[in-house]
Each structure stands twice: as structure tokens, then as C-alpha cells.
Design a protein around this ligand. Structure first.
Ligand SMILES: NC(=O)c1ccc[n+]([C@@H]2O[C@H](COP(=O)([O-])OP(=O)(O)OC[C@H]3O[C@@H](n4cnc5c(N)ncnc54)[C@H](OP(=O)(O)O)[C@@H]3O)[C@@H](O)[C@H]2O)c1
Length: 250
């Protein structure tokens, strides 16, 4: 790759919410972005149209990361489009919002499948295409280490994701690949609409946030981009919290 070859970035969940902002941010910085998504074709087409109008290179690829055949087809498509992968950001997530004791084993497995197992499988399938200098970023949440009402399944998955990424960071560091996580505060995306206590949670978050505002997708995207850039080369296996100071207080 010479100095003018654009970096190729893969962003899972890259067409909506935080992932969408990450796709746009990396593309604005010159990357060629492959934005993955599961089902919402409308959101994917809207992102492609916005990118085209702005002269950015974002291509969207559809495929349920938890479905074995669709996953395999998606990996083949990625391999055909990207001989080299410089950046991989895992934003895709989903989950069942219930109290822990009300979760079935199926709910827990389903949540772990998309939030944790999918990125492990994607890394296994694609890591050979990532050169020294590569960057991998996961998105976790405070629920990975703290209790949030109705967040037991997703919280468990985020705790697992953080541990998995620390191990990947240790294993891939010697190959020149930096693995890190970003932990946003509450960001108003479609995902938050699924919380049964959305309004109360927004009010409580605002009240407890020293910066006086909620975190935006762009706030998160800029920190992801920092972790993917040369200034962050020596940051390995860390979680950067982007929440306006919300988690400073107990
Ligand atoms: N929003 C917050 O307050 C907040 C706070 C902390 C951390 N986070 C984390 O930030 C990340 C992004 O969250 P968000 O709020 O931006 O989420 P979102 O708006 O709900 O977007 C989720 C994305 O994941 C994709 N996805 C879900 N299931 C999939 C599957 N089985 N296969 C492939 N793609 C799948 C969706 O694709 P479709 O569009 O096709 O459905 C969508 O692009 C997540 O990891 C989340 O846990 C969010």
C-alpha cells in the first residue's frame, strides 16, 4: 500500500445510530468504508445516498451476523471486496431487555451471539487480512461493569466483549494490531427506544452528567477515529469512556 491508498474500514452495525456516525467519520477521513447491517435496507440506502452526495466511499453490505449461511456469504463478499482490512469496528448489537430472572437461556444466547460471538467469528475469518498498523475497536457500555435495570443480557454480553477484547489486544499487540473499546454514555439512537424506562433514564442521565448533555453519535465516532489513527498507536487493550463524566459519581 502506498501513501495514497485509502484505508479499508469495516464497521458492523455501520448503517444506523453510532455505527452510522463511525462509518461517516472514517469515510470523511479518507477511508473506504464497508458498512455492514442486518435487515434495515432503508437505513443502508439512506447512508449510501448521503455518502455519495458528500463524495465519500461507503458501501453497505447486508447479512445477519448470527445466521451461519448469511454470515459465511457476507465473509465471502468482504473477502472479494477487501484484500486488506485496516480497521474493524464492532458496533452491531442487540438484546432482550428484561430482568435477569426473567431471561430464558435462549434470550441470553441470542444476545451473546450478536454482541460477542459474531465479532469473534468475524475476527477469526478476517484477521489474516489485517496488516501491522491495523486497528480493532469494540463498543461496550457501562452495563458491562455496572447494574442497569432491564440490561442484564446486554450487560453480560458487554462484560464478555470487554474481556474477549483484552485477550485479543494481548495476542494481536505483537503483530502491530491495536485492539481497544469505547464506552459511550446514553446516546439517543433507535436502540434506546427499546428501553421500557427510556424517559426516566434520559432525565436521570442528564441530571448526573457533569457536561450537562447527552453523548452524541458524533462524540463516539470521533473517539473511535482517534483510536484508529496514528496518535493512538500505543493504546492497547483499553476502554475509553465517552459519557460527559456520568460514571464519575456512584
Ligand atoms: N445507544 C446507546 O445509548 C449506547 C450506549 C452504550 C453503548 N452502545 C453500544 O453502541 C453500539 C451501537 O448502538 P446503537 O444504539 O447505535 O444501535 P442501533 O441504532 O440499534 O444499531 C444497531 C446496528 O446493529 C445492526 N445489527 C443488529 N443485529 C444485527 C445482526 N444480527 N446482524 C447484523 N447486524 C445487526 C443493526 O442492523 P439493522 O439496521 O439492519 O437492524 C444496526 O445497524 C452497540 O454496541 C451498543 O451496545 C449504545
Amino acid at each position: 500500500m502506498n501513501a495514497t491508498t485509502p484505508r479499508t474500514a469495516i464497521v458492523t452495525g455501520g448503517t444506523r445510530g453510532i455505527g452510522r456516525a463511525v462509518s461517516l467519520q472514517l469515510a470523511r477521513e479518507g477511508a473506504r468504508v464497508l458498512a455492514l447491517y442486518g435487515r434495515n435496507r432503508e437505513a443502508a440506502e439512506a447512508l449510501e445516498a448521503e455518502a455519495r452526495a458528500a463524495g465519500l466511499t461507503i458501501e453497505t453490505l447486508r447479512g445477519d451476523l448470527t445466521h451461519p449461511e448469511k454470515f459465511a456469504a457476507l465473509v465471502e463478499e468482504i473477502r472479494a471486496k477487501a484484500e486488506r482490512i485496516d480497521v474493524l469496528v464492532h458496533c452491531a448489537a442487540s438484546g432482550v431487555h428484561r430482568k435477569a430472572a426473567e431471561l430464558s437461556a435462549k434470550h441470553v444466547r441470542w444476545t451473546l451471539d450478536i454482541n460477542v460471538v459474531a465479532i469473534h467469528e468475524l475476527l477469526t475469518a478476517l484477521i489474516e487480512r489485517m496488516p501491522s498498523g491495523g486497528r480493532i475497536v469494540g463498543i461496550t457500555s457501562s452495563g458491562g461493569t455496572r447494574v442497569i435495570p432491564f440490561y442484564s443480557a446486554v450487560g453480560a454480553s458487554k462484560g464478555a466483549l470487554e474481556s474477549l477484547f483484552r485477550h485479543y489486544a494481548s495476542e494481536l499487540g505483537p503483530r502491530g494490531i491495536a485492539v481497544n473499546l469505547v464506552c459511550p454514555g446514553l446516546v439517543l439512537t433507535d436502540a434506546v427506544d427499546a428501553f421500557p424506562d427510556r424517559e426516566a433514564r434520559v432525565a436521570k442521565t442528564l441530571e448526573a452528567t457533569p457536561s450537562g448533555r447527552l453523548t452524541t453519535p458524533a462524540d463516539v465516532a470521533q473517539v473511535v477515529s482517534f483510536l484508529c489513527g496514528p496518535a493512538a498507536a500505543q493504546i492497547i487493550g483499553q476502554t475509553l469512556v465517552v459519557d460527559g463524566g456520568k460514571t464519575l459519581s456512584s
